[in-house]
Design a protein around this ligand. Sequence first.
Ligand SMILES: [Zn+2]
Ligand SMILES: [Zn+2]
Length: 241
Amino acid sequence: MKYLLDIHTHTVASGHAYSTVKENIDYAREAGLALLGISDHAPAMPHATQDFYFANLGILPRRFGGLEVLFGVELNILDYDGNVDLKPRLLKCTDYAIASLHPPCIRPGTVEENTAALVNAIKDPYINIIGHPCDPRYPFDIPAVVRAAEENNVLLEINNSSYNPDSGRRGGEKMTVEMLEECKKRALPVILGSDAHFYSLIGDFSRTFPLLEQAAMPEELIINRSVEELKNFLDKKRKTE
Ligand SMILES: [Zn+2]
Ligand SMILES: [Zn+2]
C-alpha cells in the first residue's frame, strides 16, 4: 500500500455501516496500514450512536501489534455558525475530530453560508479535519476555507467515497482540483480518507489519484505518507486549546 494511514472509517455504531471495530482493525493490519482511525458519526446523524459511546472511548487499546489505532468522531456541522453535535467534555474523550456537512443535519446554503459554516468549524479548538469539503451540494469560497485551515492547523480531506458514481456527493471533481491547487499554493497538506463504511474499503484512495495527478499535487503534501507528520499536525491543534 502506497499510504500508511486512513483515519476516516466507520463501524456499526454509525447506524449505516457494516463492520465492527475488530473487523476494521484486523483488515487494516492485513492491508499493512501503520495507523487506523475510527471516526463514527456523531449523534445528530439519524440512527447513529449516542454520547456514551464517545465518553467510553478511553477503555479501548490504541495498539494492536504493528498497528496504532486512534478513536475519533465524524461530527455534524449543525448550522452556519459552525456548531457541532458533541459537547467539549465528550470531544475531550476522542483522539481527533472530523467535521462534515451532511444533508440530514444541515440544509445546503448560499456560498457565503456554507463558507461561514466551514470557517467557523475550522476555528473550533477540537476540530482537526474537514471531511469531504468538496461536495457540490455545498459550494464554498475555496481560497477563504483553505486560508482558514492553514491559520488554524486543520486538514482538508480528499474523500475517496465522494467520487463513487453512487455517492450523493458525486460531481465534485472540479472543485476538488481547485481546492488542491489552492492547498499547493499555500503548501498546506491534505489528508486522504476512505470514508469506509465496510472493512474492505479501508485504505482505498484509488478514486482520488486522478485528481491528485490533475492538480500535480506534490507527494510531500499528502499527509498519509507519514504517521509522525499526521500526529504532529493533530498535536498543533489540540495543544493550543
Ligand atoms: Zn456515513
Ligand atoms: Zn461524512
